[in-house]
Design a binder for this molecule. Structure first.
Ligand code: GDP
Ligand code: MG
Length: 696
């Protein structure tokens, strides 16, 4: 493959609900541009993008995948993404590296809740957006209806550049609004002929053109003057105005296609190479240099910055890392510095990919995407820089987990294997988080939903034959004290030779929520020698690992060491650790201990008609509603604080209340005292968990 300049590269992520036809659309693109002789098919398991055996088996995209095509002297990099909202992490990683997003809408189903959800997750992203109404072969009348729905749900600025044309009820072509042509497809969609628009379509074409002209006028005064005064506007001016509007998100173009019959796609590709922004729309990229935000010229020769955005473990090739080049260029043998690890790596044999096939390239320029195999030390989230400087690229934040589950190996010894395999999934999909719960000594998965969890655990069962049971994960409760207290402990032991001696007096005070731990040394006159002060602190901290109620860790306390004594010969690090430990345990007993529970900051988005049932449900979950915002599209956003214990199975409850239409996000907000009536129960739960964990 030849080397492409930044201005000739177009990066596109294809998103949309499950089964809307994203992967088929790309198979069609590959077929029409001559990349494949025979068109791939997800139904037959021959698709270019869904090449993973797990994907073929499920007929579903699990991971994002990348392939390029060359068309009209441009290189278009396509990233296909999974449509299940559970795999939103895969989608977000792709979104970070593209300047264009195409939303695929299933024309047969129209704008569904899932489509709406996916679209909303990119609401605030500054990329050029477009929509294809796929499966246009199955719709004969409701195109306008879908367009109207797109306008209310997705944005008023959405407007068709092509709408479908039917002959005898068959989708045979499109009407191109900009070029004012009827485009009829031949030879399996590989060719088209341009004809005059039948006169009965003129009104529709003019209506859409007016919309487009008004949008262009908004950002271009010269264009506006010409438009208003009725002067002729050249096709070039329209194309350029439209390109600027698309780039700035002022227009969301809509296309009508059938990925199955390849109708509409070739012309769409023509428009893509003409109108879609290349990475050079951003002349600069924002980086964090030595902790400060700065701009770096993308065409610089001095500094090459690349970031890994995806990892794939290929059964034959091994580990493959996908990179985006932000500035500069990359050649085989180039050395890069990683700020995150303060180490260097060499990039050898950069490749482009077509499905699972890799092809080495000579050079990769700013804006482009490439991949490298056998690169072990690089992880998603790192920034690689061609010189030894602390430069980082700000990443999009991955969605925080909303689904939690404990995975327990059936047989002894399975646990390690389970942890290893689950972590491997997590390396490829960082939104699938595997954690070892120190308190319960159980393995937990924190992820985006049941579908994501099931896909991965089915692989465990099918491929690795590992048996496991599932359990609810344990809530990370904590303990604190509620009144100031004092404690004294003298540790004295005489055994044969050296004895042990250390005496401490401490005051322990409750701190505000979230303050954690403070240790104050008020020893005067060397009553405890300097070197033993950290020993006392160590003992105190070790006592705090298990509270005196449910054995949950202790937090939000200030410990003041104000007096003590030592022995010239017998005092030692360990003696003072022991004294500190005992004193702290006494203080915890006497400080009116209480249990703290984690409270989540929850954002729930539902259609307005469900508001009543949601608020009712939230009050039964001890939720506190902070705000309710009504949006133009008929949805409401409810912000609430809800205890984590009440949120463990919330995804399925929300789904059943809203018939699958609601969605939510949550983050840990703060810790608060658990209600009086639950304290005893939580205490007992903690003791039981600890007992079980210790017997392991
Ligand atoms: N009738 C029709 N079916 C299509 C079209 N595009 C895709 N499909 C079918 O829709 C199903 C889902 O397609 P797929 O590409 O796997 O969807 P994805 O989940 O969005 O990647 C498959 O059975 C395809 O054959 C189309 O344009 N027309
Ligand atoms: Mg797919």
């Amino acid at each position: 493959m030849k080397v492409y300049d930044t201005k000739d590269i177009i990066n596109i992520a294809v998103i949309g609900e499950h089964k809307s036809g994203k992967t088929t659309f790309l198979d069609s693109v590959f077929f029409l541009t001559g990349k494949t002789k025979e068109k791939g098919s997800t139904d037959k398991g021959t698709s270019v993008m869904d090449f993973d055996p797990e994907e073929i088996k499920r007929k579903m995209t699990i991971r994002s995948s990348y392939s390029y095509v060359e068309y009209k002297n441009k290189k278009i990099n396509f990233i296909d993404t999974p449509g299940f909202i559970d795999f939103i992490g895969e989608m977000e990683m792709a979104l970070e590296v593209v300047e264009n997003v195409i939303l695929v809408v299933d024309g047969e189903r129209g704008i569904t809740i899932e489509t709406d959800r996916i679209w909303h997750s990119i609401d605030e992203l500054h990329v050029a957006k477009s929509v294809i109404i796929n499966k246009s072969d199955t719709i004969t009348s409701n195109f306008d209806e879908i367009v109207q729905k797109i306008k209310t749900k997705i944005g008023k600025t959405a407007v068709p550049l092509e709408f479908p044309y039917f002959e005898n009820g068959k989708f045979v072509g499109t009407i191109d609004v900009i070029h004012k042509k009827l485009v009829i497809y031949e030879d399996e969609g590989k060719k088209y002929k341009e004809l005059e628009i039948p006169s009965n379509y003129n009104d529709t074409v003019n209506k859409y053109r007016e919309e487009i002209f008004e949008d262009i006028s908004e950002i271009n005064d010269e264009f506006m003057e010409k438009y208003l005064s009725g002067e002729t506007i050249s096709e070039d001016e329209i194309v350029e105005g439209l390109r600027n509007c698309i780039t700035q998100g002022k227009i969301i173009p809509i296309f009508a296609v059938s990925s199955l019959t390849n109708v509409g796609i070739l012309r769409m590709l023509d428009i893509i190479v003409e109108e879609f922004p290349s990475p050079d729309v951003h002349k600069e990229v924002t980086v964090i240099k030595n902790g400060k935000e700065e701009k770096e010229d993308i065409s610089t020769e001095n500094t090459t910055i690349i970031t890994p955005f995806k990892v794939r473990i290929d059964p034959y090739i091994g580990r493959i890392v996908y990179f985006k080049v932000w500035t500069g260029n990359v050649k085989s043998g180039d050395e890069f510095y990683i700020s995150e690890t303060s180490s260097s790596v060499k990039i050898l044999h950069p490749c482009v990919a077509f499905g699972k096939t890799l092809e080495e390239v000579q050079e990769v320029k700013a804006g482009d995407i490439f991949l490298v195999s056998k690169l072990e030390e690089v992880k998603i989230g790192y920034t690689l820089v061609s010189k030894k400087e602390d430069i980082r690229i700000k990443h999009l934040e991955l969605p925080t987990p909303i689904f939690f589950i404990a995975v327990i190996g059936k047989n002894r010894g399975d646990e390690d294997k389970l942890a290893e395999l689950l972590s491997r999934f997590s390396e490829e999909d960082p939104s699938f988080i595997v954690k070892f719960n120190d308190f319960s000594k159980e393995l937990e998965v924190h992820c985006q939903g049941e579908t994501q969890f099931n896909v991965y655990t089915e692989i465990l069962k099918d491929r690795y034959k590992i048996d496991f049971t599932l359990d609810t994960p344990k809530i990370p409760y904590k303990e604190t004290i509620t009144k100031p207290t004092e404690a004294h402990y003298k540790h004295k032991k005489q055994t044969g030779g050296h004895g042990q001696y250390g005496e401490v007096f401490i005051k322990v005070e409750p701190l505000e929520r979230g303050k954690g731990f403070e240790f104050v040394d008020q020893i005067r006159g060397g009553h405890i020698p300097k070197q033993f002060i950290p020993s006392v602190e160590k003992g105190v901290l070790s006592a705090m690992e298990e509270g005196v109620l449910g054995k949950y860790p202790v937090t939000d306390v200030r410990v003041i060491l104000y007096e003590g004594s030592y022995h010239e010969v017998d005092s030692s690090d360990i003696s003072f650790q022991i004294a500190g430990w005992h004193a702290m345990k006494i203080a915890l007993e006497n400080g009116n201990p209480s249990i703290l529970e984690p409270i989540m900051d929850v954002k729930i988005i539902v259609e307005e008609s469900y508001l009543g049932s949601i608020t009712e449900d939230l009050s039964s979950r001890r939720g506190r509603i902070n705000s309710i915002d009504r949006k133009e599209d008929g949805t409401v956003i409810i912000n609430a604080y809800i205890p984590m214990a009440e949120m463990i199975k919330y995804s399925s409850s929300l789904s059943s209340i809203t018939k699958g239409t609601g969605r939510f996000t949550m983050n840990l907000a703060y810790y608060d005292f658990a209600p009086e009536k639950l304290q005893k129960e939580i205490t007992e739960i903690g003791r039981k968990i600890k007992e079980k964990a210790n017997s392991k």
